[in-house]
Design a protein around this ligand. Structure first.
Ligand code: AMP
Ligand code: MG
Length: 425
């Protein structure tokens, strides 16, 4: 149950009712402040379980992972060649060969006498008496002896036991999100299962009377729901267990019923649309009654207010409806927040300074994200900043982030480009 002293307790405590509360008013909150708030207030909500390493990619470690065995477990040959006791001095060398050989998985049981050599293949344990390997390509060999040119340092072409990882070392820290490489790293030290957080169950909901699904009839006044397939794929790419919650009409009782059902089957709900403070902003209106609601007015473009709150203890991220704003807000706010709730560490995306290929004047007091891509070593931005122009997200390979103060960008100025890959897209 609730055990705040132990971050790995099996059932983490629910989020506090005021976890999204931020000072309200006419004031626009800087992106930095909003991110700090999420970082400070959110905690892991996913329970811990043991899972086989196969299939554990993208899951978050609930505990440090410790090597069960050293890697490599024994000294072995890094190349195909001939093993002997090194070093070999400068100049021509000749050594008699012992009978037999050492191969990977087929160790040589005897001892190689000093001054003699043995045929050895990559990955083979170094037999007793061998600490150095001369590369096969550098050797003239007969059945009974070898000749090569020194010098060769002691330990050449050999791998030490534990030179990669030592038994008992922490090889991956708690909260780390497992990569495919990590599965190999863990397997190499004998780990077959790990303590991980259950995959965060993320529900994706669209709201709006105007929305229809592609493939169905759309009348005048209807548009196709672009956000749902996009956000479902984004959350799945982040490694979460995604539920498509469908579309909610602009109807409070119906939306309420959908949220009730969603809160039972999801750990987090991400909705788009209806998140502002207008007549048809039902998501905000409903969350308002929960006592946990906060309308986040972020000093950022694109993005209108975000509606944040808890619905029956389940956190809800109410993103703006415009597809570009929905995507950018998902990348900037939902991504780090979901990582924390899923049991991960706080992570902000890495960006790179790249010379601009564009001109732009920007206002003071807000951060801007522009759809961008690299062309001939320079970063170009999408022709329009319209937040409904979803095609610009397809055109782009990342975002340019322009910091809050006023600035004028001219071609050649260095700007911060964040590839979509750095948002794990
Ligand atoms: P809202 O935030 O509900 O006021 O919506 C803002 C704009 O985004 C409106 O033009 C909506 O029609 C549009 N919109 C809302 N949800 C979606 C969606 N799922 N797919 C495409 N456009 C949307
Ligand atoms: Mg709407």
């Amino acid at each position: 149950m609730k055990d705040k002293s132990n971050p790995h307790s099996l059932t983490p405590p629910p989020l506090r009712n005021d976890c999204f509360a931020m000072p309200q008013g006419a004031h626009w909150t800087p992106v930095e402040t909003a991110l700090k708030h999420l970082r400070d207030q959110l905690t892991a909500i996913s329970v811990t379980e043991t899972a086989p390493i196969a299939g554990a990619a993208k899951r978050f470690l609930a505990q440090d992972v410790v090597a069960l065995r050293s890697h490599p477990p024994t000294p072995n040959a890094a190349v195909d060649g001939y093993g002997f006791a090194g070093p070999a001095p400068e100049g021509p060398q000749q050594m008699p060969l012992v009978a037999g050989r050492a191969a990977a998985g087929q160790p040589y049981k005897g001892t190689v006498p000093k001054g003699q050599a043995i045929r050895i293949l990559t990955g083979a344990n170094l037999p007793k008496g061998v600490d150095t390997v001369v590369l096969q390509e550098d050797v003239n060999a007969s059945e009974t002896q070898i000749a090569f040119h020194g010098p060769l340092k002691r330990g050449a072409n050999a791998r030490n036991a534990g030179e990669d990882m030592k038994q008992g070392d922490v090889i991956l820290p708690a909260s780390h999100q497992l990569t495919s490489a990590d599965l190999g790293t863990m397997a190499a030290v004998g780990i077959s299962e790990v303590a991980v957080r259950k995959r965060l169950r993320v529900g994706i909901l669209s709201t709006g009377d105007e929305l229809r699904d592609p493939g169905t009839n759309a009348d005048v006044g209807h548009i196709f729901d672009a956000n749902r397939p996009m956000l479902c794929a984004v959350a799945a790419g982040w490694g979460y267990d995604v539920t498509d919650l469908g579309r909610a009409p602009d109807d409070r009782p119906k939306l309420r019923a959908m949220l009730d059902a969603a809160a039972k089957q999801c750990d987090v709900i991400i909705s788009s649309g209806g998140a502002s403070a207008g007549d048809e902003d039902h998501m905000s209106a409903l969350l308002q009654d929960t006592g946990s609601f906060a309308l986040w007015r972020i000093a950022m473009k694109p993005g209108r207010p975000l509606a944040m709150g808890l619905w029956n203890d389940t956190p809800v991220f109410g993103l703006p409806g415009n597809p570009v704003a929905a995507m950018v807000c998902a990348l900037i706010f939902a991504r780090p927040a979901l990582r924390i709730m899923a049991g991960g560490d706080w992570q902000e995306p890495e960006g790179y300074l790249v010379p601009a290929a564009f001109t732009k004047s920007k206002k003071d007091g807000r951060r801007e994200y522009l759809r961008a891509r690299i062309e001939n070593g320079h970063v170009q931005v999408f022709a329009s900043e319209g937040s409904g122009r979803v095609s610009g997200l397809s055109w782009a390979t990342g975002l340019v982030e322009l910091d809050d103060p006023a600035q004028k960008v001219v071609p050649g100025d260095l700007v911060r480009f964040i590839p979509f890959g750095n948002f794990a897209l």
